[in-house]
Design a protein around this ligand. Structure first.
Ligand code: EPZ
Length: 423
């Protein structure tokens, strides 16, 4: 994980007004960068967010023998002549998405050597489904001393039918990455349906891949021998969108989100509307206005695989509901340990009780600034959102987590009139 000793000093209590153009999606860009390793040639990834995780992916690609550079907001990746199939422990540990390179390297090189990935600590994050699926596709996998060695005896994976016990985003992506150059047809049942899966598949189709059914539970991939590079624009980041909307809802004010993926954000927007905020959307814009106090959400907010309420938006919406009138209840069904942000929120005056999967939020009148720590990416953003709505000043450490997912976070908040300083 990144060592970042910087902090945000945030003074709350200001209404936030203005426009933000949404960054490209982190959770699309990262698997697409792994997919670029499969293409024999140059990929230009437009609208690639400048995030520490994206730079980690570039370092991985470079160590695999690709040439990578950022040109403005485009990531340019040349995978014409890969030179390695191994990723060091250190690079693997920088982020969770490093595991996506396993399927891509195997698909391109027929063998790979990696280790367990890093990433946010949200409870145990095993990769058993990834490994079982790759084994079913013909990979021989040996794990020794924390290193994972995978090899396809015939050099190519073989198409097969894989039924996932849970629609894991990462496992679905890894299977797709390995299957696009496999021999024959791969069918994934109970596949994840997240929009970022569709974005990955759209990119791969631009490179020549034959994939059908993405966005549904059954994805069918017909393997082809070679993929070529292409130019592709990454989809907007629906979770960054949910975060900025939650920040405006928490602090009060008016926000126009430009470059928004409205349809993909619907599971979040339909809950946000129930707080009493005015939310309008048209094409690729979302407008939010919060006048009076927010209302609590009556029904349990259950995080579920897409198209359910996204787990990645749980923390930021919670930040807005802390000062709502009434009691809201979250139920976290995706990760075992995704309420770590509640300690900081309680320190700021929130009334939150965590009971296993459930978190009960009893609305309070006001929050106050505090010394707080960001313990993971979305949790860190949630504490920043609460700080912007609180009386006084919050000193937020651990902001390396926020830099992993939000491009120019403080510039965006400042442009809305928020007071935030990086020190
Ligand atoms: C992706 O993580 C996202 N990360 C996460 O976003 C997101 O929270 C998550 O999907 C769910 O939407 C990226 O796209 C880079 P999973 P991933 O595999 O792929 C269990 C953020 O804040 N599981 O769908 O790791 C797992 O432990 C991040 O941007 C297994 O048991 O999520 C978890 O409980 C955080 N075995 C559940 O499935 C496996 O082999 C969902 O994980 C794989 C997963």
């Amino acid at each position: 994980m990144h060592k970042n000793t910087q902090k945000f000093v945030i003074t709350g209590g200001r209404r936030l007004c203005g426009e933000i153009a949404l960054q490209g999606s982190k959770n699309s860009a990262l698997p697409i960068m792994a997919a670029a390793f499969l293409a024999q040639g140059e990929t230009v990834l437009k609208g690639c967010p400048k995030l520490t995780d994206v730079y980690s992916a570039m370092r991985i690609l470079t160590c695999l023998g690709c040439r990578c550079r950022m040109e403005g907001s485009n990531a340019v990746i040349d995978s014409s002549s890969p030179g390695s199939f191994s990723i060091s422990d250190e690079l693997m540990g920088e982020m969770r998405s490093s595991i996506m390179f396993m399927g891509a390297i195997l698909g391109r090189m027929g063998e790979c050597e990696v280790s367990a990935p890093g990433g946010c600590e949200l409870g145990p994050r095993p990769i058993d489904m990834h490994l079982a699926a790759l084994r079913k596709m013909g990979a021989e996998i040996n794990i020794r001393g924390g290193r994972i060695y995978c090899r396809l005896p015939s050099g190519r994976a073989r198409g097969t039918k894989i039924s996932l016990s849970f629609p894991s985003v990462g496992a679905t992506e890894n299977i797709i990455l390995c299957a696009v150059r496999a021999e024959g047809e791969t069918i994934i049942n109970n596949a994840a349906r997240e929009p970022e899966i569709c974005d990955l598949c759209s990119f791969l189709r631009c490179c020549g891949a034959d994939i059908k059914g993405d966005g549904e539970s059954r994805i069918v991939i017909n393997g082809i021998e070679n993929l070529h590079g292409c130019e592709y624009t990454v989809m907007p980041d629906r979770i960054a969108g949910a975060t900025y909307l939650s920040i405006a809802a928490a602090a009060g004010g008016e926000l126009i989100l430009k470059n928004a993926c409205v349809a993909e954000m619907e599971p979040f927007l339909s809950v946000l509307e129930q707080t009493g905020c005015c939310v309008y959307s048209s094409e690729n814009r979302i407008y939010l206005r919060r006048g009076g106090r927010l209302r609590a959400i009556k029904n349990r907010i259950r995080t579920m695989p897409h198209p359910g309420f996204p787990t990645d938006a749980q923390a930021v919406l919670m930040a807005a509901l802390i000062t709502a009138e009434g009691t809201s209840v979250f139920e976290e069904n995706i990760f075992d340990c995704r309420y770590r942000h509640t300690d900081a929120l309680i320190k700021m005056g929130a009334d939150i009780e965590v009971m296993g999967k459930a978190a009960v939020i009893r609305g309070v009148d006001r929050l106050h600034g505090a010394e707080a720590e960001a313990t993971d990416l979305r949790g860190g953003a949630a504490v920043a959102a609460a700080a912007l709505s609180a009386d006084g000043t919050t000193v937020l450490t651990g902001i390396g987590h926020i830099d992993r997912g939000y491009e120019k976070f403080e510039e965006a908040v400042t442009s809305l009139g928020g007071i935030i300083r990086r020190e």
